[in-house]
Design a protein around this ligand. Sequence first.
Ligand SMILES: [Mn+2]
Length: 307
Amino acid sequence: MGDHLKFAIPDEALSHDEALPEHGDEPALREVADPEIVILPVPYERTTSYGVGTGAGPEAILRASHYIELYDEELDRDLSGLSLATLPPFTPQAVDLGVALGELQAEAYRHLSAGKFLMTLGGEHGLSSAPVKAAQAVCGEIGVVQFDAHSDLRDQYEGSPYSHASVMRRIFDAGIPSLAVGVRAISGPEMALVKEHQIPVIWGHELATAESRFENLLAKLPPTVYVTFDVDFFDPSLVPATGTPEPGGGFWNQTMRLLRMIFERKQVVAMDVVELAPISGQPASDFVVAKLVMKALAYRSFAPQTR
Ligand SMILES: [Mn+2]
């Protein structure tokens, strides 16, 4: 098992024995010993509040990745040469959320300080402050691009400062500038914070015509960025399998244009894809999210840089 799979699932990532698809002579992604890209599954779910199931997200993404074709027609490139390795799932052990996120931050730091591009697969959005802070420690000045239906700027939620609903507040508190895209669910206090600090946001209702404004706002971020992608950014007609769906989200092609622009214009050091909560018998969400991961890796490796 292993090398014929697309994101090369390590045995430890599989929760039970299941016959894996046969692919005959189909080219596989190389899983290399010293990869440029490391994929870190983090089935972390501690603070979900509405729908649950993000802990099963990483495995669903890896399973769906079997079915992605490896020729990217947009970039006109064969993706089988991507240099990547998928690590065993990382599960923080500490009960205390702050300590648990510290464990994840140390794990992320280990890969980023070795010069790897880190793709973290969640899990809930509450995990993202850990790899973001690791990226800040390694790179110094960074910015964060947040794809999300929610602003996630609450100081606390349900008693926890480490909630998925507070993750961007923790990043804001760390002095890291951010650009949010697709937000269409926000509380009064969060909006007050956005206005007081002029945090740039492209709202959900602005998505259809967002490209030039996105380009301008992106240019104001530091040259080095981290991308955090909450899959509830997508319209729930495209990705229903998420804990807190909101109508009015992003569709595929417009999203790919924005994502590609980030990789063309910025030095992207790491990305996470979080909040997939798989629905049994509905594989479309899993596949969309796996393809999102693959497109990001393709843009990172093959999109022409215009920085
Ligand atoms: Mn979120």
